[in-house]
Design a protein around this ligand. Structure first.
Ligand SMILES: Nc1ncnc2c1ncn2[C@@H]1O[C@H](COP(=O)(O)OP(=O)(O)OP(=O)(O)O)[C@@H](O)[C@H]1O
Ligand SMILES: [Mg+2]
Length: 297
């Protein structure tokens, strides 16, 4: 099972490039797709889900071009788009039955699977309620359930945890890590901690380009020994923001605890701390911005 992205670019009407010359290979495991707003994450996921085509380059699913022969990929695909919508007059159960039929599942096994999935996303009790009355997070969980209907070998979920409360986010994380068997999961998020524990690979996109594609441990190594914390007063915070790349600041009784990525100890009171994936991500993005600014000058 292999997904190969060969020099894929996507140009939208109006000339804007959503993706530029993307190259990557994805095998079984969980890929966490990170990147700022407009980075190209959804564009990439739409191309992989065969709902849009690349302007240049191609994507191979088990060696076949998905633009020419989309069916082998589509038959094993589960996809949750970022702008997932529901039919408000259908109940959760009816909606999932409708999609299961559209995916070609037979009625009896669809019913079993739907029962199971409603439990998995914690919606069993509201299964007979119309979706129009669901909260944003509840609709999102219906979206997660529909993506899993056909037990997909390729699961593409675009910001699946958006709108989920902390408890449901943990439930979703557990669900992904419990998915058994060989499969490829591609998940985009702005909450780095959502993928920190479950991703086997992290891909960082920015401005339509791939900045990094590596195991989380490898990304952590890029900031190893370069993350520092110390306490400053609130009044000193603006100056510190000017001077350092601050990856976090927490107000506590004794002042503001700032977290900084810097090659050298940023001050006499700074203590080296263990890096997080978020530090590595922010560092990757800010290095790219600095080098892009350097090129422009
Ligand atoms: N249908 C479209 N028509 C024109 N431009 C688009 C379209 N969809 C996306 N774009 C542009 O392509 C770029 C990448 O957008 P994309 O939605 O893939 O980013 P993203 O990483 O998913 O962002 P977000 O984190 O906000 O979801 C952006 O500059 C966006 O404006
Ligand atoms: Mg998006």
């Amino acid at each position: 099972m292999k997904l190969v992205i060969e020099g894929v670019s996507k140009q939208y009407a109006g000339g804007l490039w959503g993706l530029r010359d993307l190259r990557m290979e994805i095998g079984p495991g969980v890929v966490g797709l990170l990147g700022p707003n407009g980075a190209g994450k959804s564009t990439l996921m739409r191309i992989l889900a065969t709902v849009t085509r690349p302007s240049e380059g191609r994507v191979l699913w088990n060696d076949a071009d998905i633009a020419r022969t989309p069916d082998p990929l589509r038959s094993v695909l589960g996809y949750l788009p970022q702008d997932f919508g529901v039919y408000p007059h259908l109940t959760a159960r009816e909606f999932l039955e409708y999609l299961a039929a559209a995916k070609g599942l037979d009625a009896a096994s669809a019913r079993r699977r739907i029962d199971e999935l409603l439990g998995v996303v914690n919606l069993s009790e509201v299964r007979e309620r119309a979706l129009g009355g669901f909260s944003g997070g509840m609709k999102q969980r219906v979206g997660i359930a529909q993506a899993l209907l056909n037990d997909p070998q390729l699961l593409i979920v675009d910001e699946p945890t958006a709108g989920l409360d902390p408890e449901e986010r943990v439930r979703f994380r557990n669900l992904l890590s419990e998915l058994s068997g060989e499969r490829i999961v591609i998940l985009s998020t702005h909450i780095v901690s959502d993928v920190e524990a479950i991703a086997t690979d992290i891909a960082i996109l920015s401005g339509g380009r791939l900045l990094a594609h590596a195991a989380p441990e490898e990304l952590l190594r890029t900031v190893e020994g370069r993350v520092w914390e110390w306490v400053i007063s609130s009044a000193e915070l603006p100056a510190a923001r000017q001077q350092f790349q601050i990856s976090g600041s927490v107000r506590r009784g004794d002042g503001v605890h700032v977290r900084v990525v810097a090659a050298q100890r940023p001050g006499p009171h700074a203590v080296a701390v263990a890096p997080s994936l978020e530090d590595a991500y922010l560092n990757c993005i800010s290095m790219q911005r600095a080098s892009a600014a350097g090129v422009e000058r």
